[in-house]
Design a protein around this ligand. Structure first.
Ligand SMILES: C[S@@+](CC[C@H](N)C(=O)[O-])C[C@H]1O[C@@H](n2cnc3c(N)ncnc32)[C@H](O)[C@@H]1O
Length: 437
């Protein structure tokens, strides 16, 4: 296998928003400018290019970036639109309070201020320091709801163009804390021949998009075409893969692996054979257009028959590398072994209501298997029980896992072997990460 090249990609988020003042301080203006500059560079605009798109002078754009001019709300909206970024976070960085946030604060003054204090304030830091016996200087762990607006996401992720098997061989043992991934199941569907057919929109294991009720379906791989030989190959693939991820994971590290009801058993057996413990299965409840069809070319004759159930869920295998000693020992030493709770009252749960990936996400990353942010953020968040460590997605695709990790403030690494998808992910991650759920 060929080892391509590793290209670190810098993170694009800047610092913490101020919540309530309407006149920006110089610091806040600096934050807005810094964020604007980072986004501009990440999206490949020169000062002149972006100024032209915004219909302003290069000098004015430069003053905005340097924090020397205060942008009007209308200008912020224009910038956000061109850069495809949520205008709310830009408004906050520039010292404005977005209308919807203002309404929430006015309608729920007590709950809102408590929630903010718990999330960003002293209470959270103190509680963490007590739990860890630390000095209170640890970074604050954020709650899922506010994560897309949080601080200092610099250097949070790295994306690599390469073959994950080779990459895993070069990675230091015990240097990854969780794996969250959606592998290429049919094995066939991501071969160069099949990808070429997909890109040409013609046949292969990828279904040609049929239309239904005026909507065009996205192409989907057909798992029912796998032969016995394909299945053996699939299992061998996962045995090899499991051996390699077992080596790089720390004890107690979890693996969340997306699968489908037709082949999940093959994957699960491979992981168990390689030493992982099965810890359950996450059920992503999602209505798809897969299955539910009448017999081909005999619809009328067998109108009350369906060949396969209409698929309404997607299984994600949940595995763990065995802990060293008790879970509490492992948590102390390796920061892994458990799953992060939703809150003090609510544990992470194994059924998650979801929807197909939104059009707005597909527009940002038009990968044929892109997973939705709303779902990915929930599982990625659960994968690091203390919010510390590195999440790996060895089959990164359009970057949904890495964007989700960014959104929840986790460090992550994504590997993708296809150059086009790698470039797509590198560009899409910052944008996906800022989308509101
Ligand atoms: C099912 S897709 C992942 C989609 C991803 N979850 C997303 O939301 O965009 C699997 C990806 O793995 C990539 N891939 C296949 N074999 C690989 C390998 N050996 N190393 C790295 N990436 C690989 C494929 O090119 C494909 O983009």
């Amino acid at each position: 296998m060929v080892y391509f090249f590793s290209k670190p990609c810098k993170i694009l988020f800047m610092s913490s928003p101020s919540i309530s003042r309407s006149q920006p301080s110089s610091l806040e203006r600096g934050e807005f400018g810094e964020r604007l500059r980072t986004e501009r560079i990440a999206q490949g605009y020169s000062l002149a290019d972006l100024a032209q798109r915004l219909d302003i002078t290069k000098g004015y754009l430069s003053r905005l970036e340097l924090g020397k001019a205060k942008p009007a709300l209308e200008m912020i909206d224009r910038i956000a639109k061109v850069l495809n970024i949520d205008p709310g976070s830009f408004q906050v960085l520039a010292g404005y309070l977005p209308t919807d946030v203002k309404q929430i604060l006015y309608r729920h003054p007590v709950e809102a201020s408590e929630m903010l204090r718990e999330t960003f304030g002293e209470y959270e830091v103190n509680r963490k320091s007590t739990e860890q016996g630390g000095n209170g200087q640890q970074p604050v762990v954020r709650t899922a709801e506010l994560e897309h607006t949080v601080t200092n996401r610099k250097n949070l992720y790295e994306v690599v163009h390469g073959d994950c098997f080779d990459w895993l061989d070069h990675r230091a043992p015990g240097s990854v804390h969780a794996v969250v991934t959606d592998p290429p199941y049919g094995l066939k569907e991501y071969t160069p021949e099949e990808k070429q057919k997909l890109r040409r929109g013609r046949g292969g294991v990828w279904r040609i998009p049929p239309t239904l009720d005026g909507y065009t379906r996205n192409p989907l791989p057909r798992f029912t075409v796998l032969t016995t030989e394909d299945k053996t190959e699939l299992q061998d693939f996962f045995v090899q893969w499991a051996t390699k991820i077992f080596r790089v994971l720390v004890p107690g590290g979890h693996v969340f692996v997306a699968t489908n009801p037709l082949v999940s058993h093959l994957v699960y057996i491979a992981l168990e054979e390689m030493g992982f413990e099965k810890r359950g299965e996450i059920i992503r409840l999602v209505q798809t257009l897969r299955g539910g069809d009448r017999p081909k070319n005999a619809h009328k004759e067998f109108e009350n028959v369906t060949v396969m159930p209409r698929s309404s869920w997607e299984p994600w295998g949940l595995f763990r590398k065995p802990c060293e000693g008790r879970v509490q020992d492992n948590l102390r030493k390796w920061k892994t072994g458990g799953l992060r709770r939703l809150s003090e009252e609510q544990p992470f749960s194994d059924v998650i209501k979801s929807s197909p990936t939104r059009g707005s996400e597909r527009d940002i990353a038009p990968h044929p298997s892109l997973k939705p942010q709303a779902f990915m953020r929930q599982i990625v968040r659960a994968a690091l029980p203390l919010g510390e460590g590195v999440v790996l997605d060895p089959f990164m695709g359009g970057g949904a896992t890495i964007a989700a990790a960014c959104a929840v403030g986790y460090h992550s690494i994504g590997i993708e072997s296809d150059l086009e998808y790698y470039q797509m992910a590198a560009q899409a991650i910052p944008q996906l990460a800022t989308l509101q759920n």
